[in-house]
Design a protein around this ligand. Structure first.
Ligand SMILES: C[S@@+](CC[C@H](N)C(=O)[O-])C[C@H]1O[C@@H](n2cnc3c(N)ncnc32)[C@H](O)[C@@H]1O
Length: 256
C-alpha cells in the first residue's frame, strides 16, 4: 500500500489522514495492515506509535496515560506568564501527573526548579518515569481523594493540575478515540465532573507557600463552579481560554 492509498483508507476515522498515514509508514513500515486496522478501530495515532508531542518535547504514551492535549499547553503558558523569572529554584507540584507532560515541560522551562508529580495510578507513574530522563523530578503514588495525601510533601511555589473532569454520564458520548483509549481514571470526574476539584479545594491550600499560584485545567462550562470551590482559600486571579476560545485554565493565588 502506498501513502496515498493508506491516507484514503484513513479518511473515515481521521481529520488528518495524510499526516496519520505518514506517521504510520514512518514508525511501522513493516506492519502497515496491522496498524491500519488499529487506527480504523479508532486507536489514536499517538498510542499506536507510542509517542505524543507536547510543548517542546515528545512523551511516551500508552493506554495507561491520558494522551497529552494541546489545550493543556495553556497551563504551561499561564505559569510562564505569572512566573517570568525562569532562573529561580522553584518547587513545582503536578497533581495527577499522568505522562508527566505538564511537570516535565515546566522543568524544561525552569532549569533550576525541582518537581514532584503525583498520581494514584502506578501504571501511569511507570510511563512518567520513562519520560523523566534527567529532569529533577520525583514521582510519587498518592490518591488525592485521601485527605492526608499531601501531608509530607512540604510547600510549593507553583502547583498545577489537570484532574479528571468529565461528568460520568458524558463519557459514553466522547469520541471512541478518547473513550476507548484514554484511561477511565484520567477522564471520570464523577456525577457532575467536579469530584477531583472538591477534593483538591479542601486540601491543596496547605501545599502552597503564601503568595504562590495554583493553575487548574477545567472542562467546558466548569469555570464558575470550580472558581467558587476554591474561593475559601484562594484569590481568583485569571481565567485563560484555550485555542478554541473555551475557558480552560483557572489561576488562583494563595493570599500572603
Ligand atoms: C486528565 S489526566 C491528566 C494527565 C496529565 N497531567 C496531562 O495533563 O496530560 C488526570 C490524571 O489524574 C490521575 N488521577 C485520577 N484520580 C486521581 C486520584 N484520586 N489521585 C491521584 N491521581 C489521580 C489519573 O490517573 C490521570 O493520570
Amino acid at each position: 500500500m502506498n501513502l496515498k492509498e493508506l491516507a484514503e483508507r484513513l479518511k473515515t476515522v481521521s481529520d488528518t489522514p495524510l499526516l496519520d498515514a505518514r506517521l504510520l509508514m514512518k514508525y511501522h513500515p513493516e506492519r502497515i495492515d496491522d496498524v491500519l486496522q488499529r487506527r480504523l478501530n479508532h486507536e489514536p495515532i499517538s498510542k499506536i506509535i507510542g509517542s505524543r508531542g507536547f510543548w517542546k518535547s515528545d512523551f511516551v504514551v500508552n493506554k495507561d496515560v491520558l494522551d497529552p492535549r494541546s489545550d493543556s499547553e495553556k497551563v504551561i503558558e499561564a505559569v510562564l506568564q505569572y512566573y517570568p523569572d525562569q532562573s529561580q529554584p522553584y518547587r513545582i507540584l503536578d497533581i495527577g501527573t499522568g505522562s508527566g507532560c505538564l511537570l516535565f515541560s515546566l522543568l524544561d522551562e525552569y532549569q533550576m526548579a525541582k518537581g514532584i508529580g503525583v498520581d494514584c495510578s502506578a501504571k501511569a507513574l511507570a510511563v512518567a518515569e520513562q519520560n523523566r530522563h534527567s529532569r529533577s523530578a520525583e514521582l510519587v503514588k498518592r490518591d488525592f481523594m485521601n485527605p492526608d495525601w499531601g501531608k509530607d510533601l512540604g510547600q510549593f511555589d507553583i502547583v498545577v493540575s489537570n484532574p479528571p473532569y468529565i461528568p460520568t454520564k458524558d463519557i459514553e458520548t466522547l469520541s471512541p478515540d478518547v473513550r476507548n483509549y484514554d484511561p477511565i481514571m484520567a477522564l471520570d470526574g464523577g456525577v457532575d465532573g467536579l469530584n477531583a476539584y472538591r477534593a483538591l479545594a479542601s486540601g491543596v491550600g496547605s501545599l502552597l507557600k503564601p503568595g504562590s499560584y495554583l493553575f487548574l485545567e477545567i472542562g467546558i462550562g466548569q469555570a464558575d463552579d470550580v472558581r467558587s470551590l476554591f474561593l475559601n482559600v484562594f484569590r481568583h486571579i485569571d481565567t485563560i481560554r484555550d485555542f478554541g476560545g473555551i475557558e480552560r485554565v483557572l489561576v488562583f493565588q494563595k493570599p500572603v
